[in-house]
Design a protein around this ligand. Sequence first.
Ligand SMILES: NC(=O)c1ccc[n+]([C@@H]2O[C@H](COP(=O)([O-])OP(=O)(O)OC[C@H]3O[C@@H](n4cnc5c(N)ncnc54)[C@H](O)[C@@H]3O)[C@@H](O)[C@H]2O)c1
Length: 340
Amino acid sequence: MQKIRIAMLGAGGISNHHVRGLLGNPDKIECVALCDVSDENMRERSEQLGGGQLQYRDWKKMFAEIGDQIDAVDICLPHHLHGAAIFDALKAKKHILCEKPMCIDLEEAANIVAGVKDAGVTYMSAHNQLFFPAVQEAKRMLDSGMIGKLRWVRSQDCHHIRGMFGGTWRSNLKSQGGGVLIDTGYHPTYRLLYFADAKIEAVRGTYSRFGQNIDGEDTASVQVRFENGVIGEIFTSWVMSNPHNTHQIHLVGDKGQIFGSDDILYYLPNGFKEPARFEVSSNGSAFAKSFELQMAHFAECIQEKKRPIHGAEEGYSTLEIILKSSRDAEGWQETAPMKL
Ligand SMILES: NC(=O)c1ccc[n+]([C@@H]2O[C@H](COP(=O)([O-])OP(=O)(O)OC[C@H]3O[C@@H](n4cnc5c(N)ncnc54)[C@H](O)[C@@H]3O)[C@@H](O)[C@H]2O)c1
């Protein structure tokens, strides 16, 4: 198989992990170019990669000059630039791995889904937590019928973060596209979608801002009704830890429950009082490893013309939950304790 030649758009924080993902798959994929407005960030990534990447400050110029040397792009830019970068990559007929979210507007997202089909390229949503062993194992248990027919799913991620967003693109609605839900809360949203495995019928949202100096919400509670009848909940926050004794994932079916956080899962069939506890090994950090698995999967999908675990359609649906919930929550600013 020919190695995939990738260009990385955005060489900031998360690209560090994407580079580790590349370095873990030297036989499948290699980075041939970097594009960032920060020379310093490109220098750091290039050093990490062992050097030799062509460097650009403008991806349009990069496509025009070295488009024939690139098979795919890896988009690690701030949210408001994703849509434009995707459309330019589609025009250049490049395969795309895009960090969350695909863009910050639902109509634009629908155009991306259609554009990906027209271009005939592979588009993979960088939903890295799908590669966490606990998520894979819970899905395997669900699909094997261990808890029967799924009825209810809860998916959450909360972190107590002390004021690190003020003044960055994450604090601004125009560049972030929302608050915590489109950022940290994006992960529990696609996890919910992965388990529910159905189209979205209705979305409800309740938001607040307790302590982060950002335009958007720092805490979001979301309810989703899926077309297969499954009911879902997402809870995410930047001002509190996960509520005690709750779990990152919790699935309830008509025959039992699966729940857990990090590398620990519990299985409680109906009729039992105590759940069985087991550890799923992630061979180190599930987070770090997920970027290696994600990059390998992206390369294999291109090489073998396979559909990615989450493609453009799931990128759209994840954004649909987020943006519809934001619309439903409107008005929350009036009673939020923290005013801007
Ligand atoms: N999967 C995860 O767990 C995870 C974690 C963090 C961030 N992310 C996602 O990764 C993406 C980037 O986040 P980050 O934390 O790396 O942000 P960052 O601010 O650290 O990096 C963004 C980079 O984009 C560059 N940039 C800005 N404008 C540009 C332009 N016009 N042209 C070229 N480069 C430009 C910046 O110079 C910077 O190097 C976001 O979509 C974010 O949601 C994902």
